[in-house]
Write a protein that binds this ligand. Structure first.
Ligand code: FES
Length: 124
């Protein structure tokens, strides 16, 4: 069986302020996914908007996924903190667990999320 990636356009890099986060609801072959991205210079990371503690969303208002100083991802429900670069929880009730990462591609000024799947099935 051939592995095929589904690439979804999110926004342009210019629409994503450096050091900021932004949420997206995207359609994938496996269904609708709520994800968010964080931009650090030219690097963009993305995760599913689901806290490993309860499975609930991390943001308390749209596009707010970061701590006040912008150095960590912060869950709004019980204040867990996650490293931006790998999604590992470093403080909080789910310490040691990690956010579910989404592959990102930045090409020609555009930001995409990629969702690998096999014959239409989600490969998570
Ligand atoms: S739901 Fe995120 S820390 Fe509890």
């Amino acid at each position: 069986m051939a592995m095929t990636d589904c690439r979804v356009f999110l926004c342009t890099l210019l629409e994503l302020e450096n050091g900021a986060s932004r949420g997206f609801t995207v359609e994938t072959p496996a269904g609708v996914e709520d994800i968010f991205v964080v931009r650090k210079n030219t690097r963009v990371v993305a995760y599913r908007n689901s806290c490993p503690h309860t499975g609930g969303p991390l943001d308390w208002v749209p596009d707010q996924f970061l701590s006040l100083d912008g150095s960590q991802i912060q869950c709004a429900t019980h204040d867990a903190r996650f490293r931006i670069e790998d999604g590992v929880c470093i403080v909080g009730p789910c310490a040691g667990k990690r956010l579910s990462a989404v592959i990102t591609v930045v090409a020609e000024g555009a930001v995409y999320a990629e969702f690998p799947f096999r014959d239409g099935a989600d490969s998570r």
